[in-house]
Write a new protein. Structure first.
Length: 255
């Protein structure tokens, strides 16, 4: 009989993260923004801003590792993610509200980073070594499927509901539903009392060592290249009108 967490639970736990990315970073927002008259360059600025918290999350990762347990952090991240999704869809996607939208979307992506970290923390602490590979596979499957569902749901519901904010509420309710899976995981042990600052310093040292190593520098260069960054994949929705692609086609093919 199995003891502990089944790897499949990580498929469910990470779906709220994917749902958020599917709307904000995926094709849905780009399609809606272009339809509302925003230039491709402005949409690129919005998408870039939403990536910013994911770029600097290494600075609060040590806090998640040292303070509170993984369940509490997951719930904190889930609440922030749900709130960010609901609020962002209540803001008009147009040139007038663009600056407000950028700030709300950028701050709204802090929650998903915490959800992500809490899931990884749960895998690292709550699974035997033999199960971590399977859990990682389920985790990434949930991430990608969640992103696809988020993009599809946002585009599908945007046209069919009376107000845009209702789309955000519907996605937020789906996030909460999947997020409740956290209560099926064994209750975590109390975290060790460690100081945060030494953890941050250790992360910066590791980052410096990686950046100045041959393999690390090579990896950084590859990631910064257009092909390595895969930035164009975030513009499928934005460029849909240039290819005469309908909303339904975008929803079903990219979502």
């Amino acid at each position: 009989m199995r003891k502990g967490t089944h790897p499949f639970f990580f498929f469910l736990l990470i779906i709220p993260y994917g749902l958020s990315g599917g709307y904000v970073i995926g094709p849905a927002l780009g399609f809606i923004a272009r339809e509302n008259g925003l230039a491709v360059s402005d949409i690129g600025a919005i998408i870039a801003a939403t990536f910013f918290p994911h770029t600097i999350k290494i600075f609060w990762a040590p806090v998640v590792d040292t303070i509170l347990d993984r369940r509490k952090w997951y719930l904190i991240g889930l609440v922030l993610t749900v709130a960010g999704s609901a609020v962002s869809t209540a803001i008009p996607v147009n040139a007038t509200s663009m600056q407000t939208l950028i700030w709300v979307l950028m701050l709204g992506q802090i929650g998903p980073t915490v959800v992500n970290m809490a899931c990884e923390k749960a895998m690292a602490e709550g699974l035997p070594e033999a199960e971590k590979g399977r859990a990682s596979g389920w985790y990434w499957a949930g991430n990608y499927i969640g992103a696809g569902l988020g993009a599809w749901a946002a585009l599908f519901l945007y046209r069919r509901l009376p107000a845009p904010w209702m789309t955000g509420v519907a996605i937020a309710l789906a996030m909460l539903t999947f997020g409740m899976t956290i209560f099926f995981l064994p209750k975590p042990e109390a975290p060790l009392r460690e100081r945060v600052l030494p953890k941050v310093v250790a992360v910066l040292r590791d980052l410096r060592s990686m950046a100045f190593s041959r393999s690390g520098l090579t990896g950084i260069i590859i990631c910064l290249l257009p092909a390595g960054a895969c930035a164009i994949t975030n513009h499928w929705g934005t460029l849909a009108s240039d290819w005469n692609a309908s909303e339904d086609l975008v929803a079903w093919t990219t979502g």
